[in-house]
Write a protein that binds this ligand. Sequence first.
Ligand SMILES: [Zn+2]
Length: 97
Amino acid sequence: MLTVQKINGVNAPMFECDVCQKPISDMKDGLLLFDRREQPKTITVHRHDCDRMVRKNFQFYFELPTAMVFLEHNSKFTGAARAEAEQKATLMESLAI
Ligand SMILES: [Zn+2]
């Protein structure tokens, strides 16, 4: 799931593992599990220990970095929109106490 954590004094959106409830602090350690059998269900988990605990309940997965690329493209978050957002995030980090 998405959560907001205080990192170096800045409120920062982060993925949190839906199994252990710890932050997924390195994108390459995360998976997006999803299922379409009945009601669509999506969770984010740490690769290996956490995903092994719940994988049988989900048909498919994306590695989290790949899912992020799809999210960027599918929500038109590219080019100028992405550059503007990066500037805002950098400004927010620079204003942190
Ligand atoms: Zn976990």
